[in-house]
Design a protein around this ligand. Structure first.
Ligand SMILES: CC(C)(COP(=O)(O)OP(=O)(O)OC[C@H]1O[C@@H](n2cnc3c(N)ncnc32)[C@H](O)[C@@H]1OP(=O)(O)O)[C@@H](O)C(=O)NCCC(=O)NCCS
Length: 197
């Protein structure tokens, strides 16, 4: 199934049946729910995504940068030469309850390799510490692998040490420390995991 057309639609049936969890690709009709969850997960200082950003992501998944100004592209440390192939906002559901969301982006890097980016992941407070984020990460990695990605890249707060430790157990390596990456002046870690298969 690797490289399946558009690649971002698969559901792991075993997990779905065993744990009654599923990952659903969001559509424009899900926008109010996505914004509601985003507002619960992140403050403005933490870099919360605005409604217009999610609207753009949902309506223009192959041109996600176009709503950003040149200053924002520079601020967000986005490579202007990276060619975006697709982007998906995903809803993570357990027993048909949406417990979190995440965003993944497939693109070509400067060397022409297909790469996957886990742009965000969040689980609502009342559902945390049930390993849902761990399972959701696994699903996102699987979707990126199915889309033909050779590796997964992500950024995380350098101060979230337990999350960084979790990512290391998932075989993510720290590639770079970016000073003052976040709005509140916090450093970010750029991490990467190779996908094999
Ligand atoms: C980060 C986040 C997604 C984790 O969600 P979660 O469902 O509670 O995480 P899990 O239960 O799957 O736990 C994953 C690992 O982190 C550990 N963990 C989770 N919350 C923790 C906490 N508050 N303190 C210490 N360790 C914690 C778990 O023990 C587990 O460790 P393991 O590698 O030993 O198995 C959630 O806290 C969140 O949504 N935070 C706000 C958004 C955010 O910061 N997103 C990440 C950066 S974009």
């Amino acid at each position: 199934m690797r490289g399946e057309k558009n690649g971002l639609v698969g559901i792991d049936r075993v997990m779905e049946e065993r744990f009654n969890q599923k990952v659903q690709k969001a559509g424009i009709g899900d926008l109010p729910l996505i914004v509601e969850i985003e507002n619960k997960l992140f403050t403005e200082e933490e870099g919360r995504f605005e409604e217009k950003a999610y609207r753009w992501l949902l309506e223009n998944p192959r041109d996600v940068r176009a709503y950003l100004s040149p200053e924002e592209i520079e601020d967000y440390d986005i490579d202007p030469d990276e060619e975006i192939i697709d982007a998906s906002v995903l809803l993570y559901c357990v027993h048909d309850i949406v417990v979190g969301h995440g965003t993944i982006i497939v693109s070509k890097d400067a060397d022409g390799k297909t790469m996957g980016r886990i742009y965000s992941i969040g689980i609502l407070k009342e559902y945390r510490r049930n390993l849902f984020a761990a399972l959701f990460m696994g699903k996102m990695e699987q979707l990126l692998w199915m889309a033909g990605c050779e590796y997964v890249a992500l950024e995380t707060h350098a101060s979230y040490t337990w999350w960084v430790d979790h990512l290391k157990t998932r075989k993510y390596r720290i590639m770079e420390i970016v000073k003052d990456y976040y709005t509140e002046g916090e450093d970010a870690l750029k991490m990467r995991k190779e996908l094999y298969g």
